[in-house]
Design a binder for this molecule. Structure first.
Ligand code: SF4
Length: 264
């Protein structure tokens, strides 16, 4: 991966989160390690790292763009207005929130000041790439049946920068290297930004429609190919920090992985 040149001496960065991956790829260790990540310069102006949250046996993973203002202060993903839109859509679609894992393509809040307010600023492709080892590791541990990319940045991170979200929004992409099913849709924040009530309501309904597609795939019996080990996903950490051999394999049975993470 191409790395960003370290530019600001007051805000040093290594160019990739892979330099901060822990020896053991498990959720608590990942969250702890991500709290000290200097893989790009976004940590300098954010309050804290906002790592993903949810059970290790989550059946679906939602990937947003980056934490917002409220998430940055709380240190938790999807607790602000976008999270409320997501929660309501999940409820309407019949997806149990407790079986979901929510995270972001970029783990620090990127913002610019506007008066007293902190306004969201879109992360660059370098920042998305620098942060991707955390997302890869989360996917490796959780192994969701369905990944939902919320918005263009998440889709860009997992499906490539050329992925045309508007044309393929709501389509299920099968047998990807990330999960058996990947679907991209809009980010809930884009619904909130719409200027009038009718437009917001139409966008909300179409978002719920996409969540119902997700629910349908979660209810479907897994195909045999879904249990096949998709292979290594995580970017290699620096040799001094551990090797792929020290991590649990994606091919491990769920029970073994749960035990590895101290959960039943
Ligand atoms: S945005 Fe990602 S890569 Fe950049 S410092 Fe934060 S956790 Fe590390």
């Amino acid at each position: 991966m191409k790395r960003a040149a370290p530019a600001d001496p007051k805000c040093p960065s290594t160019g990739s989160a892979s330099d901060f991956l822990p020896r053991k790829i498990e959720l608590p260790a990942l969250a702890q390690a991500a709290a000290k990540c200097h893989g790009c310069t976004l940590y300098c102006n954010a309050t804290q790292t906002v790592f993903g949250e949810g059970p290790i046996n989550a059946i679906v993973m939602f990937v947003g763009e980056q934490p917002g203002d409220q998430e940055d202060r709380a240190g938790k993903p999807f607790v602000g207005p976008s999270g409320k839109v997501l929660d309501a859509a999940l409820q309407e679609a019949g997806i149990p929130r407790e079986k979901t894992y929510v995270t972001n393509a970029v783990k620090h809040f990127k913002w610019e000041p506007r008066g007293q307010r902190r306004i969201h600023s879109k992360p660059s492709s370098r920042e998305i790439a620098a942060c991707r080892p955390w997302l890869e590791a989360e996917i490796q541990v959780v192994r969701p049946r369905v990944i939902v990319c919320l918005g263009a940045t998440a889709a860009q991170s997992l499906l490539g920068s050329a992925f045309p979200l508007t044309q393929h929004r709501g389509e299920v992409i099968k047998d990807t290297k990330w999960a058996p099913n990947v679907l991209a849709t809009l980010h809930p924040s884009s619904i909130l930004r719409l200027p009038d009530h009718d437009a917001r309501e139409a966008a909300r309904r179409s978002f719920v429609k996409d969540m119902k597609i997700v629910a349908k795939h979660l209810r479907a019996k897994p195909r045999r190919t879904e249990s096949a080990p998709p292979g290594a996903l995580v970017s290699e950490p620096s040799p001094k920090r551990g090797t792929a051999a020290s991590r649990p394999s994606r091919a491990q049975p769920a029970k073994t992985r749960a035990a590895h993470h101290g959960r039943s």
